[in-house]
Design a protein around this ligand. Structure first.
Ligand code: ADP
Ligand code: MG
Length: 310
């Protein structure tokens, strides 16, 4: 048993460019460890490098540099064991259209060398709600059913780590709730480590114990969800000045931005700085206040702040 389900150090990926395209540094030296038994969220805007990272963990994309340990096994030294420890539900719905769900699970089990006696195709089909579709061709399945089948495929070899790449992007509420219920159950009952990427922040907030935020191939934050949410303690005071300010307010712990409207947005931690301190800093800068209002920051703001500054 290892403390960390995943240990990544100095991970780099450079995709070779096309004929008229430069090469692409999708990962620029990422370090990350993910505790065993957690539900871990990997967040980041489109193109940040999330899928690249997950596909490297899964052994689907070869890394350019760095090391990856899965369940204690170095990916290069023990490729078979490290692959066996991880199951991946990919972002794209890449299913063979001519396989039935049961056949798809059996073939996947075969690929992973799961002996017939240890296969649980029927249990898995029941779990993902596809028992009555067991013999239907994949091409007749709805998008939601395909996604559930992909979850089933990720589970056939009983991995300790389940990775879900944008599992609920473009998925209706009912299916989303079913997926989350399944995932919580796998985590609670089997102690399965869950790693998911999402760009739904509330989802990460609700589901994940810990979160890493990645942007342009670099890690910009890595903390418990509670601590990241603690940053939401940040408040934003928006001041309309009577005249265009000659100088901006300056106060430690207060981030000042000038909006296109001419308003000043002052972001601060409510726990560390009082509204009165902020107002005083505004007046000390010689600014007369025409109007003032406050805005509540949320994880979206933290996310934007972190991904903008990098
Ligand atoms: P995310 O999953 O966070 O949206 P990706 O890992 O898919 O990000 O992509 C990271 C970057 O690498 C993007 O700029 C993307 O265009 C590029 N990229 C991804 N896959 C390939 C590939 N096979 N060939 C070239 N560039 C790629
Ligand atoms: Mg992706």
């Amino acid at each position: 048993m290892t403390q960390n389900a995943i240990e990544i150090a100095g991970l780099q990926k450079t995709y070779r460019g096309g004929r008229n395209e430069p090469e692409k540094h999708a990962l620029k030296g990422v370090d990350l460890s993910i505790p065993a038994g957690s539900i871990f969220g990997l967040l980041g805007p489109n193109g940040a490098g999330k899928s690249t990272m997950i596909n490297i963990m899964a052994g689907l994309v070869t890394k350019t540099a760095g090391s990856v340990r899965i369940w204690g096994f170095d990916q290069d030294e023990n490729p078979r064991q490290s692959r066996a420890a991880i199951g991946v539900m990919p972002q794209e719905l890449n299913l063979d259209p001519f396989f039935t769900p049961r056949a798809a699970l059996e073939v996947q089990a075969g690929l992973y060398g799961v002996p017939k006696s240890q296969r649980q195709s029927d249990e898995i089909l029941a779990m993902v709600g596809l028992s009555d579709k067991a013999e239907a061709y994949a091409r007749t399945l709805s998008g939601g059913m395909r996604r559930r089948l992909l979850l089933g495929k990720a589970l056939v070899h009983h991995p300790q780590i389940l990775v879900l790449d944008e599992p609920t992007a473009g998925v209706d509420i009912e299916l989303r709730q079913m997926l989350w219920a399944n995932i919580r159950k796998l985590n609670a009952e089997r102690g399965m480590t869950i790693i998911l990427t999402t760009h739904y922040l509330e989802e990460a907030e609700e589901m994940c114990d810990e979160i890493a935020i990645i942007n342009h191939g670099e890690m910009v934050a890595r903390d418990s969800t509670a601590n990241l949410l603690g940053q939401i303690d940040s408040k934003c005071m928006v001041i309309d000045p009577v005249e265009t300010p000659v100088r901006l307010p300056e106060l430690a712990g207060v981030d000042v931005a000038q909006r296109d409207s001419g308003a000043l947005a002052l972001t601060y931690q409510a726990g560390a700085t009082s509204a009165e301190d902020v107002l005083r800093a505004v007046r000390d800068a010689g600014i007369a206040i025409a109007d003032v209002k406050t805005e509540q920051a949320d994880l979206e703001d933290v996310f934007l702040k972190l991904t903008k500054s990098s």
